[in-house]
Design a protein around this ligand. Structure first.
Ligand code: K7E
Ligand code: CUA
Length: 654
C-alpha cells in the first residue's frame, strides 16, 4: 500500500515536470495581442486603479504594486531587517522583531489580508503572518509601515493565517505544525494523541487596530493549512483546512497521505466568544512578545505577555465540527455569499465544495459520522454542495469574482481554471507560467470582490525572463477577467516568493495616505524640534547626539570630544515639513544601516568608534541640489584624552 502511494506521488511529480515542459512550448508560441498592452498601460503621471500587496514569502516582506501596470512602489519591511529603511537596524524599530526566542530578524511571510467593515474591504490595515516564528503583523495603510507584531504562543509554522472576519473583529492564526502544548521534552514517536494544534483568535480594536489574543482553541494534532472566514449568513464561523489527520510525524509525503479524506474544521467563533465572555476557558502560562510601534514617539516597545486563554472544543458543545474533505486539502476558500466552502484537495482529482446551509441542517439533525477527539464529524454527503469534476491537477487556491464564478489555481497542470458556483461546470482555463500557487482578485476575501483582474502568483519562471544565474525571479501574471474568457495581459517579477496577495481599489487608500509627520506631534524623547534644541550630552561613555536635518545641512555638523570606546547614539530629527523630503544619514564604520528619516520624524543609530581620527558622516538621500554638501565630521580622540566635548554648525570649534 505504501509503495503504491509512493509511486502515485512520484507520478504526480513527474507530471508536474512534463506539464512545465508543455507550457514552455506554449509560451514560445503566443505573442499577446496589442490590446493586452493597452489594457495594462498606465500613462506616465497617471495612477493605477488598484494596489496589490504581495507577500514576499521567504523575503519576510510585503511588496506594494500597482495594477494593472505591475509597477513596484514599495517594499514594506515586516519580519525582516531592511537596511534601506533601517527597519530592525535603528533603535526605534529593533523591538518590533523581538520574540520569546529573542531578536528574530527574518520570517516567512505568506498571507496578507486587508481589514474589513461590513464584509467589504476598508483599506485601513493589512495583516500578514510570519510562519516560522509564529507572528502576526499589522501594516498601517496610512503610512505603509508595520506598526504592530504579536507573537503566537502554542503555535508552529503559523500558516492558516492571517485572515480577517467581516468586521475585522478578529484576525485569525492557525498552527501548521501540531506541537506539545505546553511545549515539553518528549519523544517524537508519541506525537499521536499528544501533540495538539492551536487556532488563535486575535481581537482587533476597532479604532486603532490594537491586537490582543482573545482565545486559543486547542484542536487535535492535525496540520492546519489554510483558513477563511464565513461571511453573510456564515458570519460568525471560520473554516480551516487540515491535512495529516493521520497524525503522522515522519515521512509525511507518504504517511500523511493515507486517509481518503482529511477535514475542513468549521469553528463557530461567535459561540466561543460568548463562552469566553462569560468566563469560560482556562488561563494558561505562556510567553510571547507583543510589539507596538507608536507614531507619536516614532518608537516601538516590546512587551512580554505571560498568559493566554485556551479553550478545549469539548467545553463548548456545538462550536466545532469536522467536514470530511478529500485528499490533503490546501486552500480553504469561502465564496462572497458565505454559502460555499471550497476545499482544494491537493491529491484529489475533483474539487470539493461544501454547503454552509447543509452543514447547519446536518448539525441541527445531529447527523454525524463519528467524532475525532470528541469533535463531531459530519457525513461527507450531508455537507457536500457539489463537485467540480476533474478540473485540473493539484488544486491549491480559489478566488471569486462576485459574479458567480470561481477561479482555482492548479499547481501541477500550471493553470487557472474558471468554473461556475452552483452548476460546478468549468467554463474557461488559461495556462500559467509556471506552477501557480495563490491567485488574487482584489477584495477576493470579502463579500464584494472587484472582479476585473485576477493575479496569478507563480513559483517557477524558467525561460520567461532574462537569466540571472541559477535562480530566476518568481513572477506574477495578470489576467483580465471582465469577459467570459480570461485574457493574459502581463507578466511581472516579484520580490521573494509570493504566496497570497491582497488587492484594494486605490481610491480606498490614496486619500488617507500621510504626507508628513507633524513636528509638533513628535514625542520622541530624543527629538530636537529646532536647531536651537540640538546638543551633545555625555553620560559616562554614552553620548547622545541630538541632531537635526534640513535642506541642506546637519545641525551640528562638527562634533569633537568623542572617544574610542564611546557608545554614540545619533538621534536625528528631520525638520522638513514637505511631502517626500526624507533625509538619510550614515556614519563611517557604524555596525548598522543608514537611517532614512521622514519629514517630522526622529530616528536613532548607534556608533561605537574604534579608531581615533576625524570621521565624516553624510546624507544618503539625494535631497536637494546641495545634497552632496550635506555632510559633517566627528573628531574621535583616544580613550584617555582630554579633548572637550563641543559641537557647532557654521563656525569653527575653538
Ligand atoms: Cu498560502 Cu503558498 Cu503559504 Cu499555497 S501557501 S501556494
Ligand atoms: Cu539630505 Cu541629502
Amino acid at each position: 500500500m505504501k509503495n503504491i502511494l509512493k509511486s502515485s506521488i512520484a507520478l504526480l511529480c513527474a507530471t508536474a515536470f512534463l506539464t512545465s515542459c508543455n507550457n514552455t512550448a506554449n509560451s514560445n508560441a503566443g505573442a499577446l495581442s496589442s490590446s493586452a498592452a493597452e489594457k495594462v498601460y498606465v500613462a506616465p503621471g497617471e495612477h493605477d486603479e488598484f494596489y496589490a500587496f504581495i507577500s514576499g514569502g521567504f523575503s519576510g516582506q510585503l511588496s506594494v504594486y500597482g495594477l494593472p501596470s505591475g509597477r513596484l512602489f514599495k517594499v514594506i519591511p515586516v519580519f525582516s531587517q531592511d537596511a534601506e529603511k533601517a527597519y530592525g537596524y535603528n533603535e526605534e524599530t529593533k523591538p518590533m522583531l523581538n520574540t520569546s526566542h529573542g531578536f528574530v530578524p527574518w520570517d516567512d511571510a505568506h498571507h496578507p489580508d486587508i481589514s474589513q467593515t461590513n464584509g467589504v474591504i476598508d483599506g485601513r490595515w493589512v495583516f500578514i503572518n510570519g510562519n516560522n516564528t509564529p507572528r502576526i503583523a499589522k501594516v498601517d495603510l496610512s503610512v505603509f509601515e508595520t506598526t504592530e507584531i504579536i507573537e503566537i504562543p502554542n503555535s508552529a509554522g503559523n500558516h492558516s493565517s492571517s485572515f480577517v472576519t467581516e468586521n475585522s473583529e478578529y484576525v485569525v492564526a492557525g498552527t501548521r505544525f501540531s506541537v506539545p502544548i505546553p511545549q515539553k521534552d518528549m519523544p517524537i514517536k508519541d506525537y499521536k494523541g499528544n501533540f495538539k494544534g492551536s487556532l488563535t483568535f486575535i481581537s482587533v480594536e476597532p479604532e486603532h487596530g490594537h491586537m490582543d489574543i482573545k482565545f486559543q482553541l486547542i484542536m487535535p494534532g492535525f496540520d492546519y493549512d489554510l483558513a477563511h472566514p464565513g461571511r453573510g449568513a456564515s458570519h460568525g464561523w471560520f473554516f480551516f483546512s487540515t491535512y495529516n489527520s493521520e497524525e503522522a510525524s515522519t515521512l509525511m509525503e507518504v504517511n500523511a497521505s493515507q486517509n481518503d479524506k482529511d477535514f475542513i474544521a468549521a469553528v463557530n467563533w461567535k459561540k466561543i466568544e460568548e463562552y469566553v465572555n462569560n468566563g469560560g476557558g482556562t488561563m494558561m502560562p505562556a510567553n510571547y512578545a507583543h510589539n507596538v510601534y507608536d507614531e507619536a514617539t516614532h518608537s516601538a516597545t516590546s512587551t512580554m505577555k505571560k498568559e493566554v486563554l485556551v479553550v478545549n472544543p469539548s467545553e463548548v458543545p456545538g462550536a466545532v465540527f469536522l467536514l470530511p474533505t478529500p485528499k490533503s486539502p490546501h486552500g480553504c476558500d469561502v465564496d462572497p455569499s458565505g454559502e460555499y466552502i471550497v476545499g482544494n484537495g491537493k491529491l484529489s482529482a475533483n474539487l470539493t465544495v461544501h454547503s454552509f446551509t447543509k452543514m447547519l441542517s446536518a448539525i441541527e439533525n445531529k447527523k454525524f459520522a463519528g467524532d475525532a477527539y470528541g469533535i463531531p464529524i459530519i457525513n461527507f454527503e450531508d455537507v457536500l454542495a457539489g463537485v467540480v469534476e476533474q478540473p485540473g491537477l493539484g488544486p491549491l487556491h480559489t478566488e471569486f469574482d462576485g459574479k458567480g464564478n470561481a477561479y482555482t489555481t492548479f499547481f501541477i497542470s500550471s493553470e487557472v481554471v474558471k468554473w461556475k458556483l452552483g452548476t460546478w461546470e468549468v467554463v474557461d482555463r488559461q495556462p500559467c507560467y509556471y506552477s501557480v500557487g495563490h491567485l488574487m482578485i482584489p477584495g477576493g476575501n470579502s463579500q464584494k470582490p472587484f472582479g476585473k483582474y485576477v493575479l496569478a502568483m507563480n513559483k517557477i519562471t524558467k525561460d520567461r525572463y532574462l537569466p540571472t544565474g541559477p535562480e530566476v525571479t518568481q513572477s506574477a501574471q495578470l489576467y483580465d477577467i471582465s469577459g467570459e474568457k480570461m485574457e493574459l495581459l502581463l507578466d511581472f517579477p516579484t520580490v521573494g516568493e509570493p504566496h497570497y496577495a491582497a488587492g484594494c481599489p486605490a481610491d480606498l487608500i490614496k486619500p488617507r495616505s500621510k504626507k508628513i509627520f507633524n513636528l509638533e506631534d513628535n514625542m520622541h524623547p530624543y527629538a530636537a524640534k529646532s536647531e536651537a534644541d540640538t546638543k551633545v550630552v555625555r553620560d559616562g561613555n554614552v553620548v547622545h547626539v541630538y541632531m537635526t536635518t534640513i535642506r541642506s545641512h546637519f545641525s551640528p555638523d562638527n562634533i569633537e570630544g568623542i572617544k574610542v570606546g564611546d557608545k554614540v547614539y545619533f538621534h536625528i530629527t528631520n525638520l522638513e515639513q514637505d511631502y517626500d523630503v526624507p533625509h538619510g544619514v550614515s556614519m563611517i564604520g557604524a555596525n548598522t544601516s543608514e537611517l532614512l528619516i521622514m519629514p517630522g520624524q526622529t530616528e536613532t543609530f548607534l556608533w561605537e568608534p574604534k579608531q581615533v581620527g576625524v570621521w565624516p558622516f553624510y546624507c544618503t538621500d539625494f535631497c536637494s541640489a546641495l545634497h552632496q554638501e550635506m555632510q559633517g565630521y566627528v573628531r574621535v580622540s583616544s580613550a584617555n584624552s582630554n579633548t572637550p566635548l563641543k559641537w557647532s554648525l557654521g563656525e569653527d570649534i575653538e
